[in-house]
Design a protein around this ligand. Structure first.
Ligand code: F0G
Length: 359
């Protein structure tokens, strides 16, 4: 009853119809509408700046694209009567899992690399009531542990190896294609860590083409940080072998050395004539500052996209006339510590203001 009144005030649109994920529900999950657990999420904006389009997934309820997959995974967890949900995370998956589990009344247990995730993500995860376990080790160690724990203790795993997550994340691509009136861009550029999103984007594009929604296949460009670049290394060898690295990068969201969705991501790249590029921490932080100064803002991992475009343009792989969509995966406030502007402190005197402005 309350929900009905609320929805009427928002223009007679029900919560599920306002969700950028469940709008596409026929192609996401076959389920009775009453069982859907949605915030809602999605419906994020596409911004044009300097001839490049930016899809800002930081506008999702918990500030990252993870909400798109989580609404589906948590809906499925409830349907399967899971006793608890679990994930390993560099911070965004855990924040999203914690929020949706709280909404569903489910217990959430999350495993994060100790001391390696940003304060904002840690705060969200705890505030939403998840049990947060800081694992002494990197993300890959946390991932191995959650796999074992889920098997042994019966947790429902909500990492992106869960296929329901991928189904939800496909809608990032469909939504941006719809915003472009189903005229494909030349490139869709995405940060690459555990490779769930790269996999989801490939699946979304293949399904869009097979359904006749688009006539031309955009090319995927997956961008990694130089210090966490196992997918880039494999790409350079035409995927002859799978690489694993000891990850190190300032972009903590993608500090991942052994991505779990490797195989699906390789398929996504092959299906879209895609490429993988790497950028240094310096390059991605410069791009982050520029995205921030465009009035959009994002967390460091998201800025690999613009850094990658700059590198690929310089190499002649992308052209000035190409239509490019960069997917910004997380909000600026996720990682405020990554903003390097210096603070100015003054006494409450007008002469102080004049002094600073005169400098
Ligand atoms: N960007 C952000 C902001 C992320 O949080 C992640 C992944 C990625 C990009 C990479 O996406 O893993 O699908 O290739 N974050 C995960 C997490 C690992 O635990 O929050 P991917």
């Amino acid at each position: 009853m309350t929900t009905e009144i609320f929805d009427k005030r928002l223009g007679s649109r029900r919560t599920i119809d306002r969700s950028g994920v469940w709008r596409f529900r026929e192609h996401v999950l076959d389920i009775d509408e009453s069982e859907i657990i949605t915030h809602p999420e999605g419906g994020t904006h596409l911004y044009e700046r300097e001839g490049i389009l930016f899809k800002h997934e930081g506008e999702n309820p918990t500030g990252s694209f993870k909400d798109r997959g989580m609404t589906v995974a948590i809906t499925q967890a409830v349907r399967e009567q899971a006793p608890a949900v679990a994930c390993a995370s560099t911070g965004n998956t855990s924040a999203s899992a914690a929020a949706y589990a709280a909404q569903a009344g489910l217990r959430a247990i999350v495993f994060v690399p100790s001391g390696k995730i940003s304060a904002g993500k840690l705060a969200q995860t705890q505030a939403y009531g998840a049990l947060l376990l800081q694992v002494r080790g990197d993300f890959d160690a946390a991932m191995r542990l959650v796999l074992e724990a889920s098997q042994r203790l019966g947790f429902y795993l909500v990492n992106s190896i869960n296929p329901y997550r991928i189904e939800g994340q496909k809608t990032i691509v469909w939504e941006l294609l719809q915003d472009l009136d189903w005229i494909s861009p030349d490139w869709i550029v995405v940060p690459a860590g555990n490779l769930g999103n790269t996999s989801a984007f490939g699946k979304a594009l293949v399904e869009a083409r097979d359904a006749g929604w688009i006539s031309k296949m955009p090319r995927l460009a997956a961008i990694q940080a130089h210090g966490a670049n196992p997918f880039y290394r494999s790409f350079r060898e035409n995927f002859a072998q799978r690489h694993r690295v000891k990850p190190e990068t300032i972009a903590s969201a993608i500090r991942i050395g052994d991505p779990v969705s490797y195989d699906k991501a390789v398929s996504a790249l092959r299906a879209t004539d895609g490429i993988v590029e790497e950028v240094t921490d310096e390059e991605l932080m410069r791009a982050k500052r520029d995205i921030d100064r465009m009035g959009i803002g994002c967390e460091p991992a998201s800025a690999t996209t613009l850094a990658g475009v700059r590198k690929l343009r310089a190499a002649g792989v992308m052209h000035k006339s190409d239509r490019i969509v960069c997917v910004l995966t997380g909000h600026l406030l996720k990682d405020p510590g990554a903003t390097s502007e210096k603070l100015i402190e003054i006494d409450p005197e007008i002469s102080e203001v004049e002094r600073v402005l005169g400098q």
